[in-house]
Design a protein around this ligand. Structure first.
Ligand code: GLU
Length: 390
């Protein structure tokens, strides 16, 4: 494996220093909370689930628990198992059929997890999520509480998307479990997210097309170049490809979480990652955002407030957004919802779309005159504004 130059372009390090930095970057001794995402590809065998694989995974998770770590699993495979049960040869394209397959496959999937973990005396718990649940601050806090409680009880929560009730068409779906695992890792303050897939690492170009493609063992920053190097395709039953994994890594790294992308079929992969072996691709955390900032960043905005350049500059400099900088409004939303500021930042608005139509371009002193007393005098405070890229 190589230590790719463009990943560490700011400083040229000598090789001894590089290795010691690499060692400390891969030191997971203090990583208390680990999220493991298991993809459909590595979990399925012909038309069913690979029970032997789930058993091996249970053994590795058991070792982590013995080290005092907490583990959350995000599993795919419900749709694939349901499709297998119905003897379908391909991933169902129709939303209703996918939902039906998920409803059939999810209990089958959990039965395998339960059986495998029982051998080690570990209790597992099923938690099914939709994007809506994570977008809504109240349900998100409920989720956080239940996961915290399960972890305190020494239980391993096994999460999946509630595919039977969420559809991408109406914006309630994560789309893929890579994203779901990153959002969960971010929301529960995980120290490490392990994304297990069927390829060894992220490569500098598509290894299926180019024989000289080189695996990348450390990504310091997820640049456009990195995103470009990722292919796109998922498999027969799964949704995500390398691109969704990189996007997921970006979400988790924004939460200060380290991510390792690795081949789930490699022997003892989890234990080897935890032991610090240079295996798969390690993505380093980017910025440490507060819980609220992460919630804002990871939510689906309900509309757009288009603001002028001066307002963009002001909010970038940690100033509040004032109505005078507003050019126009798109969408219908309520006060307290998350909206886009142009396509640059996400923010919690203190006013509804209808109120902002009235306020656009006006001076802050007019807010109370136009909307009555007791209203906030800014559209969004700096703590509620998060730039997507910075
Ligand atoms: N939630 C889907 C399932 O359990 C998988 C989505 C994905 O492939 O990422 O089948």
């Amino acid at each position: 494996m190589t230590f790719v130059g463009y990943l560490c372009h700011k400083t040229l390090l000598n090789s001894a220093k590089q290795s010691s930095i690499m060692l400390c970057m891969r030191n997971f001794d203090k990583a208390k909370r680990v999220v493991i995402k298991i993809g459909t590809n590595i979990l399925s065998k012909e038309d069913s689930i690979d029970a032997g694989y789930v058993g091996l995974m249970a053994g590795q998770v058991n070792s982590l628990l013995k080290m005092g770590k907490q583990v959350v699993i995000v599993t795919s495979g419900a749709i694939g198992m349901g499709a297998g049960q119905l003897k379908l040869s391909n991933k169902p394209g129709d939303v209703r059929m996918r939902q039906a397959c998920a409803a059939i496959g999810q209990p089958m999937l959990m039965a395998e997890y339960r059986k495998a973990f029982e051998q080690f005396g570990i209790t597992v718990a099923q938690v099914l999520l939709t994007a809506e649940v994570l977008n809504n601050r109240k349900t998100y806090l409920n989720l956080q509480n239940s996961i915290e409680t399960l972890l305190k009880l020494g239980v391993v929560p096994v999460l999946n998307e509630n595919d039977s009730i969420s559809t991408a068409e109406i914006g309630t779906a994560f789309g893929d479990n890579d994203r779901l695992s990153a959002l969960v890792a971010s929301k529960i303050d995980a120290d490490l997210l392990v994304i297990l897939t069927d390829i060894d690492a992220l490569y500098d170009k598509d290894p299926k097309k180019y024989a000289d493609a080189k695996p990348i063992d450390t990504v310091f920053e997820i640049t456009d170049e990195i995103i470009k190097s990722a292919g796109t395709k998922g498999s027969k039953f799964s949704t995500g490809g390398m691109k969704t994994k990189i996007e997921a890594a970006k979400v988790a790294s924004n939460a200060g979480c380290r991510i390792v992308l690795a081949n789930g079929k490699t022997e003892n992969i989890i234990e080897r990652i935890i032991a610090g072996e240079t295996i798969g691709t390690l993505f380093l955390p980017k910025r440490k955002l507060s819980n609220r900032e992460r919630w804002i960043l990871n939510s689906t905005p309900a509309g757009v407030i288009n603001i002028d350049d001066g307002a963009i500059r002001a909010v970038k400099n940690k100033k509040s957004l004032l109505p005078s900088g507003i050019k126009s409004i798109q969408g219908t939303f309520e006060a307290g919802e998350i909206i886009w500021l142009n396509d640059k930042a996400k923010a919690v608005t203190n006013f509804s779309s209808a109120e902002l139509e009235t306020l656009a371009g006006k001076h802050s002193t007019e807010i109370r005159k136009l909307l009555g007393a007791g209203r906030r005098d800014v559209v969004a405070i700096p703590e509620d504004i998060v730039f997507v890229d910075y």
